[in-house]
Design a protein around this ligand. Structure first.
Ligand code: MG
Length: 218
């Protein structure tokens, strides 16, 4: 039986952190919004408050912050820049090297697969479509959840073995132990791009990797 792959998006397939700061914020700067305001609003108004990004909230709080600083920019101007940038094909440059190749291999091997991502459904569905992820994940296999991912895992009821691919170790450990209750052959790849972890930090059946090219698709 083929493994079901449950793949995370943010900072596993996609360089999310870098994306906002190196891609969107410089574009906002071109219409007069200083980098530190974009950064402050991004962290305080959406991410810190909800644990994920919310487009409409970000745009309206950013506009308010600009008004306070006497920066003359309209909400529709900000909106336009946001859409033109975030939902453009150029955003695809922020996939990690080997991420698309890995997705191709999953698809070619015909593995059942799920893209599991926490966040705001409205924003992420549109974003994923713009990034071309629908090509790799058949209808119904993209799950965007506002709750901790473990809640989704608890209800997964996988019929066969599962392989998780994720960039947060503790979360991966919790998901693995939950999955092992129904699917003892569950395995996981913990992607540590920054090289912060050592082999001894990561226990079986989780494997420490530094690139998605290290995954041999089973
Ligand atoms: Mg992640």
């Amino acid at each position: 039986m083929r493994y079901l792959y449950v793949v995370d998006f943010d900072d596993t397939l996609f360089r999310t952190r870098v994306f906002w700061r190196r891609f969107l914020f410089p574009e906002l700067k071109r219409i007069g919004i200083p980098y530190d305001i974009s950064e402050k609003v991004y962290i305080a108004s959406t991410y810190k408050m909800f644990g994920y990004f919310i487009q409409s909230l970000f745009l309206s709080v950013l506009h308010e912050a600009c008004k306070e600083e006497n920066i003359k920019v309209s909400i529709s101007q900000i909106n336009k820049v946001f859409k033109k940038t975030v939902y453009s094909k150029r955003a695809r440059r922020y996939f990690y090297p080997r991420a698309i190749e890995f997705l191709h291999r999953l698809k070619e091997n015909n593995n059942p697969r799920i893209l599991l991502s926490s966040g705001d459904k409205k924003f992420k569905s549109r974003f994923f479509k713009a990034l071309g992820l629908n090509v790799f994940f058949p209808r119904g296999s993209i799950h965007i959840t506002k709750k901790p991912k473990i809640e989704f895992i608890k209800n997964l009821r996988a019929k066969g073995p599962v392989i998780l691919v994720n960039d947060v170790l503790k979360e991966t450990e919790d998901m693995v132990s939950e999955l092992q209750k129904v699917s003892p052959k569950t395995r996981a790849f913990f992607v540590d791009y920054g090289g912060h972890f050592k082999r001894k930090d990561v226990k079986k059946p989780i494997e420490l990797i530094h690139s998605l090219s290290e995954i041999k698709v089973l």
